[in-house]
Design a protein around this ligand. Structure first.
Ligand SMILES: CC(=O)CC(=O)SCCNC(=O)CCNC(=O)[C@H](O)C(C)(C)COP(=O)(O)OP(=O)(O)OC[C@H]1O[C@@H](n2cnc3c(N)ncnc32)[C@H](O)[C@@H]1OP(=O)(O)O
Ligand SMILES: NC(=O)C1=CN([C@@H]2O[C@H](COP(=O)(O)OP(=O)(O)OC[C@H]3O[C@@H](n4cnc5c(N)ncnc54)[C@H](OP(=O)(O)O)[C@@H]3O)[C@@H](O)[C@H]2O)C=CC1
Length: 291
């Protein structure tokens, strides 16, 4: 089945990045969020990110105009029912994702493929609550979506080959690279990346280093493009904590216990860049470490 239209649920940093690349690749995109302001902010972010691509001659002004014209926004979830492929990119909480799929199901075409951009939650469990586990899978983009090359494709226990192949065709059309991962907590990237970030928070918690020395050490000593605490702020500390909890619960091993300092930042509402404060304070000209 050929995918022509794509519904995206959640217009946060991942949702707007996914809409951006899908529209540039020629898909009709319908972007949904519970918040009209979030939808307006997402359209502004996409226009700004495409402006930068035009100024660097990665895309033409016409391509930008056509891509932005292919995106419609809606606060009514059920409007996504007639799209060919739905990518759920709402907050990393299983109850939120389940409620979205439950509300959407009565309005879907029989052929619509359902996917989730979840960073860690069981695809098989999400699929089992829908009417179409064979047409359900994980479609996991990396942040920032317009820049990162990888998309993890995760089959649930019931996902059929036609669904996998339709999603793989979409990844190919985006000129990105698909990696197939089995459905275990955190899949591949976050199974490896998130314990490193959590360990960086323990290194801070135990006073082995401060925010600046930990990030500089990993940038200059291991050639990472961002230090682990800077990266945690970039991903969102709520998302990092949610992923650690899924690893901890799902793999039942104490080595995945979330650092209490990570929990404390999330309890404070210091979620990183998206709330302007996390391991760094972003409210001034340059980011200032908070510890
Ligand atoms: C949590 C999960 O489930 C999975 C995940 O996503 S894990 C997180 C994975 N992501 C990472 O690890 C990112 C690590 N960081 C990096 O790779 C780099 O720091 C970075 C690409 C984000 C920025 O790179 P940089 O060299 O410092 O900045 P800069 O030169 O300004 O930007 C490089 C390019 O990225 C673009 N870019 C940067 N931030 C962007 C953003 N937020 N959105 C869109 N484009 C962006 C720039 O426009 C620039 O594009 P061109 O090459 O086309 O000119
Ligand atoms: N951040 C990252 O680096 C990565 C994240 N992911 C995954 O992508 C998903 C989204 O993460 P991210 O974009 O960072 O998170 P954000 O917090 O930036 O965005 C989530 C968005 O979903 C909205 N939302 C919440 N509930 C609903 C709902 N019922 N219907 C529609 N929209 C809703 C939120 O609205 P409001 O703010 O009003 O609550 C918010 O706008 C998560 O599953 C995350 O694990 C995957 C790869 C990388």
């Amino acid at each position: 089945m050929e995918i022509k239209s794509i519904g995206i649920v959640g217009a946060g940093q991942m949702g707007n990045g996914i809409a951006h690349v899908m529209a540039l690749a020629g898909y009709d995109v319908m972007l949904n969020d519970i918040n009209q302001e979030t939808l307006s902010a997402a359209m502004e972010t996409m226009a700004r990110n495409m402006d930068r691509q035009v100024s660097r001659e990665k895309i033409s002004a016409d391509e930008q105009k056509n891509a932005l014209g292919r995106i419609t926004t809606t606060t009514t979830l059920t409007n996504l029912g007639q799209t060919d492929l739905v990518i759920e990119a709402a907050t990393e909480r299983e109850t939120v994702k389940q409620a979205i799929f439950e509300d959407l199901i009565p309005h879907l075409k029989p052929s619509t493929i359902l996917t989730s951009n979840t960073s860690s939650i069981s695809i098989t469990r999400l699929a089992s609550r829908t009417d179409r586990p064979e047409r359900f899978m994980g479609f996991h983009f990396m942040n920032p979506v317009p820049v990162m090359q990888l998309v993890e494709l995760i089959r649930g226990i019931a996902t059929d080959e036609a669904t996998f192949s339709a999603c793989k065709t979409v990844v190919d059309r985006l000129n990105k690279t698909a990696a197939s991962a089995e459905d275990f907590p955190g899949f591949i990237v976050n199974r490896i990346l998130m314990p490193m970030i959590n360990e960086a928070v323990y290194t801070l918690y135990e006073g082995v280093g401060n925010v600046k020395s930990i990030d500089s050490s990993m940038k200059l000593g291991a050639n990472h493009p961002m230090g682990p605490l800077e990266l945690a702020d970039f991903i969102g500390l709520d998302t990092c904590l949610a992923i650690m909890n899924v690893l901890h619960d799902g793999l039942a091993d104490t080595k995945y216990r979330p650092c209490p300092l990570l929990t404390k930042y999330v309890e404070a509402g210091w979620l990183g860049r998206k709330t302007q404060r996390g391991f760094y304070d972003y409210r001034g000209e340059t980011p200032v470490p908070t510890r």
